[in-house]
Design a protein around this ligand. Sequence first.
Ligand SMILES: Cc1cc2nc3c(=O)[nH]c(=O)nc-3n(C[C@H](O)[C@H](O)[C@H](O)COP(=O)(O)OP(=O)(O)OC[C@H]3O[C@@H](n4cnc5c(N)ncnc54)[C@H](O)[C@@H]3O)c2cc1C
Length: 588
Amino acid sequence: MQVIEADVIIVGAGGAGLRTAIAVAEADPKLSIALLSKVYPMRSHTCAAEGGAAGVIKSNDNLEYHFHDTVSGGDWLTDQDAVDLFVNEIPKELLRMEHWGCPWSRETSGNVAVRPFGGMKIMRTWFAADKTGFHMLHTLFQTSIKYPSVKRFDEYYTVDLLTDDGACYGCTAIEMRTGQMRQFRGKAIVICSGGAGKIFPFTTNGAVKTGDGMAMAYRAGVPLKDMEFVQYHPTGLPGSGILLTEACRGEGGYLLNKDGYRYLQDYGLGPETPTPVLKAMELGPRDQLSQAFWHEQKKGRTIPTKWGDVVHLDLRHLGEKKIDERLPLIRELSAKYVDSDPVTTLVPVRPVVHYMMGGIHTDIHAATPLNGLYAAGECACVSINGANRLGSNSLGELLVFGARAGRGAAEYAKKGLTAPSERLDALAADSEARVKAWFQRTQATDRVPDLKKRLTTAMEDGCGIYRDEATIKAACDIIVDVRERFKNVALEDKSSVYNTDLYQTLEMDAMIEVAQTVAVSALERRESRGAHQRLDHVKRDDEAFLKHSMAHYNPNGEPRIDYLDVVITKSKPAERVYGARAGGQSAA
Ligand SMILES: Cc1cc2nc3c(=O)[nH]c(=O)nc-3n(C[C@H](O)[C@H](O)[C@H](O)COP(=O)(O)OP(=O)(O)OC[C@H]3O[C@@H](n4cnc5c(N)ncnc54)[C@H](O)[C@@H]3O)c2cc1C
């Protein structure tokens, strides 16, 4: 097997991976970098981000406000040292993006414009129309190109980490063009492989978000943290799951039930409060808005369609000029996918799986417990999102913690630690044998697409917006069954060139691991907090569960769950309050 060596290996070339690569190159131009991605970097999911990135810049705002919005938004499950550092570093990162060429939308004065976002009680979300992720990813991509030390391996599918004696020394990856497996040896490895929304059937997430990196780290012994917290975004298009950004509501859109009534006022989110402190209502946090939809549905106040029940997003009062300037993509998507022009028509929307709050356990330096292994971006849990991420904090997170991961990995790589090459060869051979087994098996009793359907449906039924013991247990049982049956799948396509059958099988392998950590962590958390709402344990229980859940890999069965204390520095757990009840103050 061909061996490729680099000082720092980065798995994933989305926003987090590219920011990491730039940070390594800036820290020390002599360090060689291998940047692996299963898709061309600009096809990473970051490209699809629409609404914006939050960072304090205006005079009516301050870092404490951003801190408190984030901590209360996360229902106090955030680590406050991480949030502090995040809110401090993000404005500098966003300015750096400006200097690298990111075309932030401006006010007529020429200053950077900000827009309101859910759960942020002051306007602080920077944006580039409603194509923020596209522009940010482009900016990072073109900036990365100017560093000769960054060597890209586009369309390389990473399979396994190479770990020995508590440290990570590389990975195996398949060159998709030829089907050949390569051994990548590095002194530090950073996982930036994105989220895992595809473990659910209805999601905003791109097809590539299958949790591969989470599964790799997990199997290598790194715990996955807070996996039960899965974010539903309240406004996805029925059928496709395509996102209509929260900026629709930030710009003033309403959510209406079947009677044309702004129902959110019935769920503790109203009445509106005047600017500059923002109204709640449609700008409440995503978990509470998605939960309100569920209640409206139970009351029979949603609108049935062939794609399931919906409510309406009303943008008509914003007018054509504002919609074209601020939300051009939303107009295009609504017209193309649900045949509704928001200038004149109500747009059907429903909650859709959007984001994983949980992920690979890291400290505030983006380091995992495995020496030499780092993680940043959506695959990681540092944790600044707690039980519910606020919209527009994720693009910021990948910049701040991508940069930190890069600096940390660069420092670590200089130690030059490595494992005996025979040991790494043996590990790589095991990884290759695992893949070859799928080619060799002939008697398939199950097919990956059928198993995927069974798995994702179980997740929706058992781990949706509301859960209880019986539904979660049913999901856990189905996952065990799917895992068993997956052992019997065989590849129908035995070719080596762009074998999508193989990559979907590898993705399914990762999805089973990730789904199981979500379901088992959800079962064990017998309380309701943020995005994890239990019908059989309706109250938040700080005494028993103000803790991160940590799912540990168990080769013989379901994951083992234990708990880690949350870091609380200055904000004591309290009730989450939005709308007029917030008393006109942002800081808690
Ligand atoms: C539609 C949509 C809109 C959003 N809008 C916003 C927003 O407005 N504001 C905000 O803050 N957040 C938003 N988010 C969330 C945010 O965009 C993501 O959390 C963030 O971009 C993730 O970045 P990332 O770099 O961690 O992962 P990604 O951008 O998903 O990149 C992952 C990378 O890992 C690579 N990879 C994965 N597996 C493998 C493997 N096995 N081998 C090799 N490479 C691999 C992929 O090829 C890719 O390059 C949105 C998300 C969606 C889905």
